[in-house]
Design a protein around this ligand. Structure first.
Ligand SMILES: [Zn+2]
Ligand SMILES: [Zn+2]
Length: 345
């Protein structure tokens, strides 16, 4: 089968290889891929940043955002059948640590990530433990089904605080920020104020997805604009998906006393904060978000799709699997939402 492999430990370094189709173990299924989506994580591996260098051994098949069809099941597989249309959770958890056994598998102490710790989804076939498989509704467009990993990050972030009919600020309009906006619009946030440094392309997408106000932080002070919009009070909830020092601080300052700040963006190093003025005396609640809740987030996504959530505008590029380099170029340009790779069209 063909697979997109991080073949060389250097920037770029991706090659299309011919490799054997993997054999599912007793508890695994074999999935034939239809659609894939490029994640920020794949882009980090492509750029070969410090995290990738410390975590990824080459050669490695990358990718973890997918939709496909089950073509073979292992001897112990009980619930998933050949022919099922599936996506799946990309964190393989141990099932035995304290977190896994107390409903917090998204912070499993021993998790393994597909597409960086083990071979991933950017191939014609991939094996996956049955327990990671999620069966999609038959009428769910595979383009959308392939986005459930990042959409799950967005849903986990939005549902960490009470955003319904409340004013919400979203910091960062990258792919996950855009998905957050779509979810907020769908569930009925009263204000969706989107702050982006200077990327016009993404601010346009943000408006298309339902932002009620957009702020270009390179040109205007985001905190004073948000205070203006909210009558001086600040938003009830800030969702931070940029991971920049300024934007994390602005999220604290733009949130009303007693409000919630949900942090999903990943800063590169330590972030200085005015803990006394911006957090303690304001009585803020902070939430750190990683991965998707297993599997509450996945069921919520099904519910959002069934009730008409529209994330289609987030998909800005579609390429054939073999043309993956074009996809990574689009990612590098910043002029993109989500990039899909197709194997069946
Ligand atoms: Zn992802
Ligand atoms: Zn665990």
């Amino acid at each position: 089968m063909k697979a997109i492999v991080k073949a060389r430990p250097e920037p770029g370094g991706l090659e299309l290889w011919d490799v054997p189709v993997p054999k599912p173990g007793p508890d695994e299924v074999l999935i034939k891929m239809k659609r894939l989506a490029i994640c920020g994580t794949d882009h980090h591996i492509y750029k070969w940043d410090a995290w990738s260098q410390s975590r990824v051994q080459v050669p490695r098949i990358i990718g973890h955002e997918f939709a496909g069809v089950v073509v073979e099941v292992g001897s112990h597989v009980k619930h998933v059948k050949v022919g099922d249309y599936v996506s799946g959770e990309g964190h393989i958890t141990c099932g035995f640590c304290r977190n896994c056994r107390t409903g917090k598998a998204h912070v499993c102490e021993n998790f393994v990530g597909i597409g960086y710790d083990v071979d991933g989804a950017f191939a014609e076939y991939m094996t996956l433990p049955e327990s990671n498989v999620v069966i999609n509704d038959p009428d769910l467009d595979p383009d959308l089904a392939a986005l459930q990993d990042p959409l799950g990050n967005a849903v986990h972030t939005v549902f960490a605080a009470d955003c319904v009919a409340n004013s919400v600020a979203v910091f960062g309009a990258g792919p996950v920020g855009l998905l957050i906006i779509a979810v907020l619009k769908h569930i009925g946030a009263s204000h969706i104020i989107v702050v982006e440094w200077d990327n016009e392309y993404r601010l346009d997408l943000a408006r298309k997805l339902g932002a009620t106000h957009t702020i270009k932080a390179a040109e205007e002070d985001a905190v004073s604009r948000i205070l203006d919009i909210t009558g001086g009070r600040g938003v009830e909830v800030s969702l931070e998906a940029a991971g920049a020092v300024k934007s994390i601080n602005d999220a604290m300052k733009a949130t009303a006393p007693g409000g919630n700040v949900v942090l999903l963006g990943i800063p590169n190093g330590e972030v200085p904060l005015d803990i006394t003025g911006d957090i303690v005396f304001k009585g803020l609640t902070l939430h750190g978000i990683t991965g998707r809740r297993m599997f509450d987030t996945w069921y919520r996504m099904q519910g959002l799709f069934r009730s008409g959530l529209d994330i289609r505008p987030v998909i800005t590029h579609k390429f054939k699997f073999e043309d993956y380099e074009k996809g990574f170029e689009a990612m590098a340009s910043g002029k993109c939402g989500k990039v899909i790779l197709t194997l069946d069209e």
